[in-house]
Design a protein around this ligand. Structure first.
Ligand code: 6GU
Length: 229
């Protein structure tokens, strides 16, 4: 997969992409991630990327011209356009199913906005999808883009290595995960549940399933389809 990110703050992406799974996935050629700085596509002396809103009001709006020039440059860097996604609080809420859907693409172009918002013609002219990572307001789309990248890249074949699997986790099945334990067997008077020491794999699987359901019912009942209740 190739991911291009259009942003005013490419440096914000450096550290998150340089560690652990995301770094390894890039080293192994599973994903290649490139940043384009929208400001590099300004032509005026002050490298201006935002301006005051028509009609008045607070804040500044991301101008369409540098954004489109940046986009058209980036678009040509690979043979396919893939999916074009604007990160914005008005977007469709990001969920595991969307991450799985995006993981099937061979290219994503992500646009991280700042200021009060994007000039509306950016969305209209690019025919972009909009994604939000939750019902709260961030200062810009960069952290949201990183969240999306992290969630998508770990689903790409080979990204997690052999020892791990994305199959078994929270949300893979629409349920929260069962509790995990490792050594020691007793920690501050808290014991590892006996069943996990029993060696009975069928019983362990059934216990885990029941724990998943119970935790989901307790902590995230909104995730349960009516059939589970
Ligand atoms: Cl994608 N952008 C911003 N600025 N705020 C957000 C968001 C995105 N998702 C949730 N809040």
């Amino acid at each position: 997969m190739r991911i291009d990110i259009l942003t005013l703050f490419p440096e914000m992406f450096e550290s998150p992409l340089k560690h652990s799974i995301l770094q390894r996935a890039q080293d192994q050629g599973i994903v290649s991630i490139a940043m384009a700085n929208i400001r590099d596509f300004t032509t005026d002396k002050y490298h201006k990327v935002d301006d005051r809103p028509y009609g008045g009001g607070a804040g500044m709006v991301l101008m369409p011209v540098p954004l489109f020039d940046c986009f058209e440059h980036v678009e040509k860097l690979a043979p396919t356009r893939g999916r074009v996604i604007m990160l914005t609080p008005q977007g469709e809420p990001f969920r595991q199913a969307k991450a799985q859907d995006l993981a099937r693409e061979d290219r994503l172009i992500l646009i991280a906005g700042r200021y009060e918002g994007f000039d509306e013609r950016i969305r209209l002219g690019l025919n972009a999808e909009q994604i939000s990572i939750g019902d709260y307001v961030l200062n810009g789309g960069e952290l949201a883009a990183m969240v999306l990248i992290d969630a998508v890249v770990r689903l790409l074949p080979g990204a997690l290595g052999d020892e791990m699997s994305a199959q078994d986790e929270s949300f893979a099945e629409g349920l929260l995960e069962y509790p995990h334990y490792t050594r020691p067997e007793v920690f501050r008077d808290m014991r590892v549940p006996k069943i996990l020491l029993s060696g009975d794999h069928a019983k362990i699987a059934a216990w885990r399933r029941q724990q998943s359901l119970e935790r989901t019912r307790m902590w995230r009942p909104d995730l349960l389809p009516p059939a589970h209740e």
